[in-house]
Structure formats: structure tokens, C-alpha cells
Design a protein around this ligand. Structure first.
Ligand code: PMM
Length: 293
């Protein structure tokens, strides 16, 4: 049983997540018409809440609520529309005691969702999209996922150029970490994310997964979001080269969850929760057995 609940501070709720003693599973609830694998499915608040409840019952430790798709070429959403989508969902789930994160690059959305009971701000832009984000996160003393990013969905594909993606992502994350600290963000509340698929080609994603330890070397917990992403579809392509569709990527997603959990990831962000819950439990059992030998 968690020792903290809805009345406790985001800081305390975040610390409490550590009691799981294993990699955490963050279940994705995209309240959008256009996310790449599930756009439109959970756009009605009641449907989104019901889906989130199911993910929680399946063992998700955190529910990640997003109101703006970040897939390549997707449309930017005004903050009022984003809030209309996510706020009722955040409010309801937080009141039920769920640990909610809000997937947004907008400071105003983050602020409003924290007031509605969200515990974590998940910012794929790592503070680059909105100059006010770090100030809000600092003022609210909110746990913060800082993602590696090189520009919005309209331009990110052309920015996927690296000599060494692990070194460069690490340096760019370190730069944003410094900026966050200067703005007053508590580094003890920051989780890093390599931003798979954000200005990354398939090979870059694999290299980042292989280089997880180097990112962990920055001294922060690391969250991995591989779920249903295109590089898994490419890996699982049929003999004619047609990529596996998003819904056929869940087993591979769970395999990634097991492997990054074994590598010490803080969390995995996934659409299909059951497979990853089993995967992180397998990894935890193996690591306990290793320690007891
Ligand atoms: N990927 C997406 C959206 N939000 N957040 C984090 N922290 N990490 C990610 O990799 C990430 C994210 C895009 O995937 P989706 O459209 O399926 O949510």
C-alpha cells in the first residue's frame, strides 16, 4: 500500500514511488484525436478516465495524461483546447488516488494540472518549448521528466543528425539540466528521458537504448518511452518490408521494458500495461536473485 495519497505533496508522492523497488510502469492515456497509435480512442473524458482506471487496475504505477499529439507533423494545440481535454481526466484520476503525470510542453497546462492534483510534469521538450516551464516546475516543486528534444514535430525529423547520438543527447540533456537548476528546479525531482523518436531515426533509438548507462551517468533516474514506436515496427517488418502496425508492437515493447528494467531504468512509458508490468517484475526478480548469490 502506498504511504501517501491525494493530500500529500508531489514531492512526497514521487518519493513514495521508489517504494515499489523496481522499474515503474507509466500507462499512457492520450486524450487526442491524432496520436499515432491510439488517436481518437480516448478523446471523451469519461472514456479516457475508464481507460486510465483499467491501466491502473492492470498495475500501472503512474498514469500519463496527454492532450497534444507529438507525432511527426502533428498540429500544435492551443492551451485552452489542451486543458479542456486533460483537466477533467487529471482531476478525476487524482481524486481517486492515482499518481498522475501530465504530458505537456506548456507551462500553463502543467500549472493547471498540478492544481488539479497531477504529481509529475512530463515535458518531452525538456524545457525548450516554453520559456516558462522551468519557473512553473520550480515554483510548484514538481517532479519533472526532462526529455531530449530538438524542436517541435514539424521540424524534428530533419534534426535527426548526429555523429554520436548518445554523447550528444547526454550533452544536450546536461545543458537543459543546468538551465533547469538555474531556474530553481530541484535536481532531486528530475527524471531524464532520451526522447526516443524525437529527432531520432530508428538506429538512433537503438543506440540510445544501448547507451542507457551513459545517460544514467548524469546521476538522474531515466524514463524510457519506446512503446509502439516506429523503430519497433521496422524491426518487426514482414518479409515484404511492410512495418508491423502499432498495435502489433506491444510484445516488442514489453521486451524493451524487460531489458531497460534490467539496465536499471526508473520507468517505462507504455500503452499496453500488462506485458510491461510482467516484464519489470521479471527483471526485478532476476536482479534480486543476482544480489543474493
Ligand atoms: N513519447 C511520446 C509522448 N510522450 N513522453 C516521454 N516522457 N517519453 C516519450 O518517449 C514520449 C512521451 C509519443 O508517443 P505517444 O504519441 O504514443 O504518446
Amino acid at each position: 500500500m502506498a504511504a501517501t495519497g491525494p493530500g500529500d505533496s508531489p514531492r512526497a508522492r514521487f518519493a513514495d514511488l521508489g517504494a515499489a523497488g523496481r522499474t515503474l510502469v507509466m500507462g499512457i492515456v492520450n486524450v487526442t484525436p491524432d496520436s499515432f497509435s491510439d488517436g481518437g480512442r480516448w478523446l471523451q473524458p469519461e472514456v479516457a478516465v475508464a481507460h486510465a482506471r483499467l491501466l491502473r487496475a492492470q498495475g500501472a504505477d503512474v498514469l500519463d495524461i496527454g492532450g497534444e499529439s507529438t507525432r511527426p507533423g502533428s498540429e500544435r494545440v492551443p492551451v485552452d483546447v489542451e486543458l479542456e481535454r486533460v483537466l477533467p481526466v487529471v482531476r478525476e484520476l487524482a481524486a481517486e488516488g492515482a499518481v498522475v503525470s501530465v504530458d505537456t510542453v506548456h507551462a500553463e497546462t502543467a500549472d493547471a494540472c498540478l492544481s488539479a492534483g497531477a504529481v509529475i510534469v512530463n515535458d518531452v521538450s525538456g524545457g525548450l518549448a516554453d520559456p516558462d516551464m522551468f519557473a512553473v516546475v520550480a515554483r510548484r516543486e514538481a517532479p519533472y521528466v526532462l526529455g531530449h528534444w530538438r524542436g517541435d514535430p514539424a521540424t524534428m525529423n530533419e534534426r535527426a543528425v548526429y555523429d554520436d547520438v548518445v554523447t550528444e543527447a547526454r550533452e544536450e540533456l546536461a545543458r537543459q539540466l543546468t538551465a533547469a537548476r538555474s531556474a530553481g528546479v530541484d535536481p532531486g525531482l528530475v527524471v531524464l528521458d532520451p526522447g526516443l523518436g524525437f529527432a531520432k531515426e530508428g538506429q538512433h533509438n537503438w543506440e540510445l537504448l544501448a547507451g542507457l548507462e551513459e545517460l544514467q551517468g548524469l546521476g538522474h533516474p531515466v524514463l524510457v518511452g519506446a512503446s509502439r514506436k516506429r523503430f519497433l515496427g521496422t524491426l518487426l517488418a514482414d518479409p515484404d518490408g511492410a512495418p508491423a502496425p502499432p498495435l502489433a508492437r506491444d510484445r516488442a515493447t514489453a521486451a524493451v521494458s524487460a531489458l531497460v528494467a534490467a539496465a536499471g531504468a526508473w520507468g517505462v512509458r507504455v500503452h499496453e500495461v500488462l506485458g510491461s508490468v510482467d516484464a519489470v517484475r521479471v527483471a526485478a526478480a532476476l536482479s534480486r536473485a543476482r544480489r543474493s548469490r
